[in-house]
Design a protein around this ligand. Sequence first.
Ligand SMILES: NC(=O)c1ccc[n+]([C@@H]2O[C@H](COP(=O)([O-])OP(=O)(O)OC[C@H]3O[C@@H](n4cnc5c(N)ncnc54)[C@H](OP(=O)(O)O)[C@@H]3O)[C@@H](O)[C@H]2O)c1
Length: 335
Amino acid sequence: MKAVLCEQYGGPEVLKVEDDLPTPRVGPNGVLVHVRATSVNPVDWKFRSGLLAAVRPVVFPVIWGCDLSGVVTEVGPSVTLFKPGDEVYGYKDGYVGKTFRGTYAEFAVVPEKSLAAKPKNLSHEEAATVPLAALTAWQSLLGQGKLKPGQRVLIQAGAGGVGVMAIQIAKAFDAYVAATASTRNQDLLRELGVDEPIDYTRSEADGKQQKFDLVLDGVGKSVWAGSLRALRFGGRLVTLAVPIPQEPSGKLKFFSTAIAGMAAGNARALFGGKRLLMARVKPRGGDLEKITALIEAGKIRPVIDKVFTLEQIAEAHRLSEMGHVRGKLVVKVSG
Ligand SMILES: NC(=O)c1ccc[n+]([C@@H]2O[C@H](COP(=O)([O-])OP(=O)(O)OC[C@H]3O[C@@H](n4cnc5c(N)ncnc54)[C@H](OP(=O)(O)O)[C@@H]3O)[C@@H](O)[C@H]2O)c1
């Protein structure tokens, strides 16, 4: 099969397309998927560059990639949910015992519990943009964030992969939604239903003192202090950014104990009655089914910035690393 193989940590140039790799074999609960499309998530280049090597070391060679949309070609003997010919999509957590077998490949084996039926109203390219980003948004808002209908939510990085999904999920739950993005993305925020678009290049979200029940942070530590100020007493800040304990200095010193605690596995800290929680997305097909229902009801739509071929994967990584993707980058894998 064709796949993007990686033999070492490094820049985008370490991603190499190979044509004759062995097709993976299914285990008892595995589903072999002929991948039609995948997408790029920031975690892909964080793994590739070695940024996560201290916390999640890998043994090379590896195939990166988390999202897939495709067609089932074979199922393991214990699989009951899917059969050959089914159109499916999902987030594959490829990190298993220091190996990484991801979705930048023509075929991938995925645990049946990580998959869901592809939304009928989406193409494979559109569907591949959904799983990791939407599951992150869903689990952060409804799980750690405990979002209730009518609450006030602030989404930092509203124009990114997770942000676009988080805005639409929060609106589907009748929340009042504020979101941050640069000037060029203010129209996108409005189109997605944001009640209060905030241009972070002109004004700061922390001007909204003690107003929000929940903040979802897709930016990182630089917006934590402002986000905490924007929360009401008892509110929650759910951050997606993986803390690196060596990094805090200057004004971030305030957070150093919380960051060290989070890195040690305590995924929460308390600041004056406001909680800071660290998100960690889980590949749950059951959550994805609920997201599918919202997509098929027209309440969530994917936003695609650009479509690449597998051969252009390095270019897609370069663009993602610049930090200003609007929605998602898609990678077409097979026809
Ligand atoms: N913990 C987990 O389980 C988990 C899961 C998924 C993602 N993540 C992490 O969450 C972060 C976001 O993921 P993503 O997929 O949404 O990333 P992304 O698609 O690459 O985000 C890009 C977006 O960030 C916006 N942005 C950049 N700087 C900003 C700022 N200062 N304020 C507001 N918006 C800003 C950009 O908008 P403009 O162009 O308008 O600036 C752009 O639209 C990444 O660090 C990712 O690794 C963690």
